[in-house]
Design a protein around this ligand. Structure first.
Ligand code: MCN
Length: 758
């Protein structure tokens, strides 16, 4: 029986549950000093002076540095040069201008960590205040203060041609609805905050321990910021306590820690506080979307347009590029005869925006799913019927959308039907009708969302790819080296399952290594839910290639022809066909000479998982309090290799997705002061706010990799947000409410009810 598709329990967990993980902050580094960042207290100002003299006198202080000390360091252009305004790079420490509260502008270096907290308070910064730009809607206005005078504009990037938008796009539509909606800024808030430890050896080689999503990408980013040859840098990834997209590459703080270690000639380390994390780590989402949808009264959509405004924060990072992904996925799973999308990314005096679980695709789904509900409400139709009417028919050959996405395979209507059936949709509508008729204080809402998303995108020439090395040892164990970088996804278990399936080596005798650039110089890391379909596929390929090498060795050993040998997975041995006693185990073939193979799997393209979510909410019409009662989902990620892990990914994703709909929001005041810089103010989701999720199964394999697998890591986040938001709005729709922005806090719901009543 195949091990694939079975619920193998995570082999990672015994260690986590007994001795515990070893995170960057746990790395022992003899003689290390501690770096403490002094961060801007204001959103926008010229720095008149930074006086570190008092800090230098404080106990335990070894050194203090300001932007002036690092002035010679490179200022890397934002990522995706050519698309993003190259004049908007960030110095490692702010030199003349600070552009957001929390921007690092100086460091104090101390013997003990606590000493840095105290000494940092003694650094005296004299600011010359500038008018901040906080509201993204006014950032591009004439006369708005410009963050980067050299750029002469606050526009970091534009996507699509606004002047080409068609005036007649909605001609012929019986009904046209338009609405501006907010996809609010949220914080990734991983359990482990950012950290770094750095040490240079006598030959000038740097080793940097950093929690990240891909050591190779981190090495490239770090080398760029330090102006050193990547070959002179080894990045090691210790255990990582969650990343959610925000630990890709490297941040200025990581480079500063490395710089300090070189400057002082001793190891240096840093671990940020929760407070720092909430203002210092990139945020996610942060879009305002103007959506317009039109169609006929029978429920057929004729045209759809989305105009996106993206807040990139103070320095364009991946966030400035997010709208490109939103546009790519704008039509979702629907066959929209006419569709248009444009986007502008602006800089504001707020924390930079980066990737956060789903990165651009949840924003696309939220927009089109709100549009479907607005349209359905306008024509008085059932939202499920409107969706079904407009979904693309099932396809097995690639389908190219108007926005250039090539969907590999899909069966969206079946996903919707399965989700509706699992939820008992008709019964829910009956229950809703009854409560409405009875005028109950607590009303019931049913929210739907259909989604398709892109996983494993890659800009590499020749398509996305990943490498794996598989080695069998003389003692019968095996080692896998992978270019992916798990931080909670369970690759150790699944990569071992994949190799075990081919080689017959038991899962618990397979060691999986990643995240050390000396050991594994190349790799794409983990993001975009790419790992299984590319990294996992590489493990299978390397395992099969290894069998080819081993077959030849076995043939020599058994004095038989390779063609006459069969591989007996149960015994992990080659045997002569028809003579099972004439056999040689793989382990023995590794005795004379190492038995290993490195393979690169190249995918023909990204894959497009899809699904449908149904959320059921109760809303107290007197207080505005919304409670999520059920979340029923179908998330089709092709062939599932380990259902336990895939379901775990769905659980985590759904929780983070509904959190955006219900609770989470990064808020600034008008001066750019963050109002949500602790967990007392940033309402991160907890188990209390979510029901037990009901997961229905559906697997439509892809032909893009031999596993048939698509990504599952972000799907839950993408489908659940609009389902939960739509459910809350649906609960009060009969009272005249058409839209409530996220998070649907009691205050917002209550205000919407008041506005509808008047
Ligand atoms: N899997 C499977 N069958 C499939 C698809 C996936 O069994 N058809 C399994 C895989 O073997 C793997 C897991 O599910 O163990 C997720 O695989 P995949 O969808 O390939 O996603 P990645 O491993 O590339 O994970 C990335 C994704 C992203 S982009 C974010 S953001 C995210 C997420 O994963 N961040 C996470 N899940 C997270 N989970 C944790 N605990 N922490 C994070 O920071």
């Amino acid at each position: 029986m195949s091990i694939l598709g079975t619920r193998v329990i995570r082999t990672e967990d015994p260690r986590f549950l007994t001795t515990g993980g070893v995170y960057t902050d746990d790395m022992r580094l003899a003689g290390a000093c501690h770096v403490h960042f002094v961060r801007s207290a204001v959103a926008h100002a010229r720095i008149r002076s930074v006086d570190v003299s008092a800090a230098l006198e404080a106990p335990g202080v070894i050194a203090a540095y300001t932007g002036a000390d690092l002035a010679g360091m490179p200022v890397p252009a934002p990522p995706m040069p050519g698309m993003i305004n190259a004049q908007m790079g960030q110095s490692l420490l702010a030199t003349d201008t600070v552009r957001y509260v929390g921007e690092p502008l100086a460091v104090v270096v101390t013997e003990q960590r606590y000493q840095g907290e105290d000494a940092g308070d003694l650094v005296d910064v004299d600011y010359d205040m500038l008018t901040p730009v906080i509201d993204m809607t006014t950032a591009a206005d004439d006369g708005a203060p410009v963050l980067f005078p050299a750029a002469g504009t606050n526009v970091a990037a534009s996507f699509g041609d606004r002047s080409a938008l068609k005036a007649d796009l909605f001609d012929g539509c019986d009904v046209v609805v338009t609405r501006t909606i907010v996809n609010q800024r949220v914080a990734p808030a991983p359990m482990e905050t950012r950290a770094a430890a750095a040490s240079w050896d006598e030959n000038g080689k740097l080793t940097a321990w950093i929690p990240n999503q891909g050591a190779q990408g981190t090495r490239g980013a770090l080398a760029g910021m330090l102006g050193i040859d990547p070959a002179a840098l080894r990045v090691v990834t210790p255990d990582v306590g969650g990343a959610f997209g925000a630990k890709f590459g490297a941040d200025p703080e990581h480079a500063v820690v490395c710089w300090v270690a070189r400057e002082l000639g001793r190891p240096a380390r840093w671990a940020e506080s929760r407070n720092e994390n909430l203002v210092g780590m990139t945020h996610g989402r942060a879009q305002i979307q103007k959506i317009t949808i039109g169609g006929s009264r029978d429920g057929t959509v004729g045209a759809y347009r989305i105009e996106i405004l993206q807040d990139s924060g103070a320095y364009p990072r991946f966030g400035a590029f997010l709208p490109a992904l939103t546009i790519l996925m704008a039509p979702g799973p629907y066959a929209l005869p006419r569709a248009e999308a444009v986007a502008t990314s602006v800089v504001t005096n707020t924390t930079p925006v980066g990737a956060y679980r789903g990165a651009g695709r949840p924003e696309a789904t939220a927009a089109v799913e709100r549009a479907m509900d607005l349209f359905a409400a306008e024509i008085g139709a059932d939202p499920a019927e409107v969706r079904r009417k407009n979904l693309l028919p099932a396809f097995t050959e690639p389908h190219t959308t108007a926005f250039g996405a090539v969907y590999d395979s899909g069966d969206y209507a079946t996903a919707l039907d399965k989700a509706l059936a699992a939820a008992g949709y008709e019964d829910l509508r009956r229950e809703q009708a009854k409560r409405r008729a009875d005028g109950d204080v607590v009303q019931l809402g049913i929210g739907l969302s259909c989604y398709v998303e892109i996983t494993g995108p890659g800009m590499e020439e020749g398509g996305p790819r990943e490498n794996a090395t598989v080695e069998v040892h003389p003692d019968g164990s095996a080692t896998i080296l992978t270019g992916t970088s798990p931080h909670g996804q369970g690759h150790v278990t699944v990569w071992a399952m994949l190799a075990s399936e081919e080689l017959g080596v038991p899962v618990d005798k397979i060691d999986v290594k990643w995240g050390d650039t000396d050991l594994i110089p190349e790799g794409g890391g983990t993001g975009g839910s790419r790992s299984l379909q590319q990294g996992g596929a590489a493990v299978r390929q390397a395992s099969r290639d290894l069998l080819d090498v081993a077959r030849q060795r076995a043939a020599d050993e058994l004095e038989a022809s390779g063609a006459d040998l069969v591989f007996d997975v149960g015994r992990s041995a080659f045997a002569v066909a028809g003579d099972p006693d004439a056999a040689v185990p793989l382990a023995r073939l590794a005795e004379q000479e190492r038995l290993f193979v490195r393979a690169v799997f190249a995918a023909p393209g990204p894959t497009f998982p899809f699904g449908a979510h149904v959320a059921v909410a109760e809303v107290d019409t007197e207080t505005g309090k919304a409670m999520l009662r059920r979340v029923v989902t179908v998330d089709d990620a092709g062939t599932v290799i380990n259902p336990l892990l895939a379901e775990g990914q769905r659980h985590g994703g759904i929780a983070q997705g509904v959190a955006q709909a219900l609770l989470e929001e990064v808020v600034y005041d008008a001066d750019g002061n963050p109002l949500t810089s602790s967990f007392a103010d940033y309402a991160i989701v907890t188990a209390t706010e979510v029901p037990t999720f009901e997961l229905a199964g559906m697997e439509t394999p892809t032909t893009y990799n031999p596993l048939g697998a698509k990504g599952i890591g972000e799907a839950g986040t993408i489908g659940s947000t609009p389902a939960a938001q739509n459910a809350i709005i649906d609960a009060v729709a009969h009272l005249g409410v058409r839209h409530i922005d996220m998070p649907a806090s009691p205050q917002r719901v209550w205000e919407a009810l008041r506005a509808a009543a008047s």
